[in-house]
Write a protein that binds this ligand. Structure first.
Ligand SMILES: C[S@@+](CC[C@H](N)C(=O)[O-])C[C@H]1O[C@@H](n2cnc3c(N)ncnc32)[C@H](O)[C@@H]1O
Length: 465
């Protein structure tokens, strides 16, 4: 029986026998096993044994033959592989053929690869781009690649724009990535976030986590229309984008809400806020990263299925909503997350590590918190996770709709700084009693100021700078 060990042995000491096995096995599982387990091919291995397999009736064998040819990186096989790239019906085989041509790193392949740029399969185009990028110092190649700037496929666009049209983000030279404005640290500003945020410089905060006011679902949020509500959130989040540091995160907690029916003759209406706000966020430059689902115990939520329990009639089914969305976005950048991490010194990275248990999936089971003063507060446990997973010690964390400041408190307790804005006096008082008056051993004593004072401080500092 053919084993991996035997194949390895033949590769080293009896290539002729190996060629014979490859060519004499026909379309059978032994040949598939052989081709799948060839691994790295030794010096001097001839790819000629794979050529007859390119005509095999089995797609799998054709695929494996091209894959193994690719390992050789030998441009002698360019014409035969190019023909496969052009004529093969199976997409996987075609993609592998283009990848194989790329692995040849041969100038001779350039005209073939340029032709593949107009292929209808975006994956083939991406493979061709990847192969051509090796030659991007060649101005003809660069010109051909740049033509794909407005390609219909977003991945193709992304790669080309990153390689050739990357806009350097204009981060203020005075502020390092790890730093933040001193006058914003542990500051709570009482007022309308849209007024306040105008005075915050670009690239100031490392992380924003917020739960915005609901659309008419609670007493504190009255908007003329759903569109007006979405427009308001969009204005705020566009500003959040501006003040966020390069490549850092914005995490938004929302859930669909229900507006009860006006009378028995009318239906209630559900508004899918997380889904409706999402396209606006993408459009303004946030990149979608993750959808985390916060799951609450069913006993803690409003029961909607009492009616169904009685009548059991299809269409009248109403599940109890036990979830909220915690949507994770990143400020779009060409830089990888490693770039962000490398901005920090070794000690901060070490001290910020998330030790012990952590959430391994995107479904987080957390009990809600009920508060007598505020009807929709974050659980501390949720805030702690967000702080730990998405920021480093010493970072500046923002909540534009701070409520009673739960996120700010978590940030401070975990050795980060917070910047909060909140419009309601009663919640500001709550923050004063529970955060400001109880902060001991913190690097910067929290302060509450009004919007006008903040504006003057920010103006002064930024004017002097
Ligand atoms: C869902 S609550 C946030 C609760 C908060 N996460 C907590 O743990 O307490 C939304 C908050 O946004 C505040 N708010 C609404 N409109 C605002 C605005 N224009 N500027 C600042 N805060 C606002 C409301 O007063 C409310 O406290």
């Amino acid at each position: 029986m053919l084993t991996k060990e035997y194949i390895d042995e033949l590769k080293q000491s009896n290539k002729t026998e190996l060629y014979r096995l490859i060519n004499e096995n026909g379309n059978n599982p032994t040949l598939v096993f052989l081709l799948e387990n060839l691994g790295r091919l030794p010096n001097g291995f001839s790819g000629d044994c794979f050529i007859p397999l390119l005509d095999s009736r089995s797609e799998k064998i054709r695929y494996l033959a091209v894959k193994n040819l690719g390992k050789l990186g030998n441009d002698r096989y360019l014409p035969v592989v190019y023909e496969i790239a052009q004529t093969e019906n199976n997409t996987m085989v075609r993609r592998e053929a283009v990848s194989c041509i790329g692995r040849m790193h041969s100038r001779k392949a350039i005209p073939f690869l340029v032709q593949m740029l107009s292929d209808t399969d975006p994956k083939v185009v991406l493979q061709a781009i990847r192969a051509l990028l090796v030659f991007n110092h060649n101005s003809d190649v660069a010109t051909e690649l740049k033509k794909l700037k407005d390609h219909p496929n977003e991945m193709v666009q992304y790669v080309i724009r990153k390689e050739f049209f990357s806009e350097k983000q204009t981060q203020r030279k005075t502020q390092k990535h790890t730093e933040s404005p001193e006058y914003m640290r542990n500051v709570i500003v009482h007022g309308d976030v849209l007024e306040i945020i105008k005075n915050v410089p670009d690239f100031s905060v490392h992380l924003t986590f917020t739960s915005p006011p609901y659309y008419n679902a609670r007493d504190y949020s009255i908007y003329q229309s759903y569109q007006q509500y979405l427009d308001f959130l969009t204005d705020v989040f566009r500003e959040v984008h501006r003040i966020t540091k390069e490549g850092r995160f914005f995490i938004l907690n929302t859930s669909p809400i229900i507006i009860p029916r006006v009378s028995r003759q009318h239906a209630s209406k559900r508004y899918p806020i997380p889904f409706d706000i999402h396209p606006y966020l993408i459009e303004m430059g946030w990149e979608f990263i993750d959808d985390i689902i916060w799951i609450k115990p069913e006993a803690s939520v409003k029961n909607r299925n009492a009616g169904f329990l009685q009548h059991r009639k299809p269409l009248g089914y109403k599940p109890n909503p036990v979830t909220e969305y915690v949507m994770v976005y990143r400020k779009k950048t060409d830089k990888l997350l490693d770039w962000n991490i490398h901005q920090y010194g070794r000690n901060i990275v070490e001290e910020s590590k998330v030790n012990g248990d952590y959430e391994t999936s995107n479904a987080w089971k957390i009990d809600p918190v009920f508060d007598r003063v505020h009807s929709a507060v974050f659980p501390t446990e949720l805030c702690n996770k967000i702080v730990k997973y998405y920021s480093y010690i010493g970072d500046l964390l923002f909540d534009p709709f701070a409520g009673r400041g739960t996120f700010g408190k978590a940030a401070m307790d975990l050795d980060r700084f917070f910047f909060l804005t909140e419009i309601e006096k009663k919640y500001i008082e709550k923050i004063r009693n529970e955060i400001v008056n109880h902060s001991v051993f913190v690097e910067k004593t929290p302060t509450i100021i009004d919007a006008e004072t903040f504006k003057n401080i920010a103006k002064g500092v930024n004017h002097d700078a």
